[in-house]
Design a protein around this ligand. Structure first.
Ligand SMILES: Cc1ncc(COP(=O)(O)O)c(C=O)c1O
Length: 437
């Protein structure tokens, strides 16, 4: 039977209607781009626009006040200078370019990381051979980890994420064939993970949970009690914990943020069962372009992840391995980095406090501030009138349990230099004062 009428539908996502016969109502619905789509992984269509794309669209609707110099506080990209000794080590490592690097990195690199972990967290030195793996920044590792962990042969795999959250977790879940489920982190709970938000049937299907401590965007550090609860849940339901700790070294004062490996040790879980930590030099050492991080934890999981990465082909560049060793072995530059952030936080908070509900986070370089008007309107008008870019909180979260928990918040990344950051804070103060009158 050959169709004699072809009626394209108005919605191109649905396709065309083929009518076979005037009396017999038989229709076939096909996709007009079926050939293209069949060739690609359909999970790609589940990916959302990145927050900065949404921001570009929001700002594209207005014109920024060109009389004022633009200041960006929207991207969490460190802008302090890269220490000279790291650049020198990179150059010193260039001879390594003559060899293919291995996925697991050199013994010297893994030992430097293991020793840093022991010094930083006061834990027994992790086994550099089995419990450590270098990665090219934590982002790629957070993504590829889900591809290695998720067993999509089991029905409806679930990945749990905090909400708001670092977008990579969601994309990683989708591409692994899983469904992300969100735990809203809200001021009423002091931004803690509230595990009661998800029903038992979701926990039974959960294979992986991402947690972020210190958190992006709220800078909160998970206390030991919360780790205890999370480990209990992992034992009960058998899921893997991916602990994203890339802001662990940006803290104020003497209190160092608790790390997951440290929490595990304190709770007598020395084998780090089902726990893998993700860390990075990007923020600690101001080298976001170097792409250097590591994962550490459960040796059984790390072994399989290393196997996955061998095929993935993501060994760390040898020169970067050399610079990475130098960076983890030095704390002086990190202390200076923290001093710069602490100074900015103290001054910015005193400028903003009279007009906005702002307080110092436990750690990280973010301020997560409740806005007096819709977050998108706040960000758009601030950009239009004062040429300052901040990120609307709703772009960092998904609607879940009937709300978008990022709504009516903005995220400020205090990454620019002191003068620029203070100038931005003054403009935000003036803008907010005008809103209130
Ligand atoms: C929460 C969080 N995790 C991970 C990353 C990735 O950092 P990197 O890949 O530079 O280690 C970022 C970057 O901004 C982040 O905000």
């Amino acid at each position: 039977m050959t169709p004699h009428t072809i009626a394209p539908l108005s919605n191109p996502k649905i396709g065309n209607i083929f009518c076979f016969d005037d009396t017999r109502c038989a229709f076939i619905i096909t996709h007009p781009r079926a050939r293209t789509i069949k060739l690609m992984n359909p999970h790609l269509d589940q990916l959302q626009a990145y927050p900065f794309q949404k921001l570009a669209k929001l700002f594209g609707e207005v014109t920024a006040n060109k009389a004022l110099k633009p200041i960006s506080l929207h991207i969490g990209e460190p802008k302090h200078e890269t220490p000279q000794f790291i650049k020198d080590s990179l150059i010193a490592g260039l001879d390594g370019l003559a060899n293919y690097p291995t996925t697991i990195g050199t013994d010297a690199l893994r030992s430097a990381i293991a020793n840093w972990l022991a010094r930083r967290y006061g834990i027994p030195t992790p086994d550099a051979k089995t419990q450590i793996l270098p990665v090219n920044g934590s982002r790629e590792a957070l993504f590829s980890f889900a591809q290695a962990v998720i067993d999509s042969n089991k029905p409806n795999p679930a990945v749990v994420c905090p909400n708001p959250f670092y977008q990579i977790y969601e994309g990683a879940a989708f591409l692994a064939g899983a469904t992300p489920y969100f735990l809203n982190t809200v001021p009423e709970d002091d931004f803690a993970l509230n595990f009661t938000q998800l029903p038992e049937d979701v926990w039974l299907r959960t294979q992986l949970i991402y947690v972020c401590s210190p958190g992006n965007p709220n800078g909160r550090v998970m206390p030991l009690t919360e780790w205890k609860k999370l480990f209990e849940m992992s034992d009960r339901y058998g899921f893997v914990i991916a602990s994203d700790e890339c802001y662990s070294e940006i803290y104020f004062g003497e209190d160092k943020p608790l790390g997951a490996l440290q929490a595990a040790q304190q709770l007598d879980r020395g084998d780090y069962k089902n726990l893998v930590v993700f860390s990075s030099l990007s923020k600690r050492s101001n080298v976001p372009g170097m792409r250097s991080g590591f994962v550490a934890g459960d040796a059984k999981i790390i072994e399989k992840f290393a196997l996955y990465r061998t095929y993935h082909g993501c060994a760390m560049n040898p020169a970067i391995q050399t610079a990475t060793i130098a960076a983890w072995n030095d704390e002086e530059h990190v202390a200076e980095n923290r001093r710069l952030y602490a100074e900015k936080f103290a001054k910015v908070i005193s400028l903003l406090a009279p007009v906005l509900p702002v307080s110092k986070p436990d750690a990280s370089f973010y301020l997560w501030i409740k806005t007096p008007i819709a977050d998108t309107t706040f960000a758009q008008q601030l950009y239009r009138d004062y040429n300052v870019s901040v990120l609307p909180g709703s772009f960092l979260a998904r609607e879940s349990h009937g709300v978008n928990p990022g709504e009516n918040f903005i995220r400020l990344a205090l990454v620019a230099n002191l003068n620029e950051t203070l100038e931005a804070a003054r403009r935000i103060t003036e803008f907010t004062l005008k809103l209130n009158h």
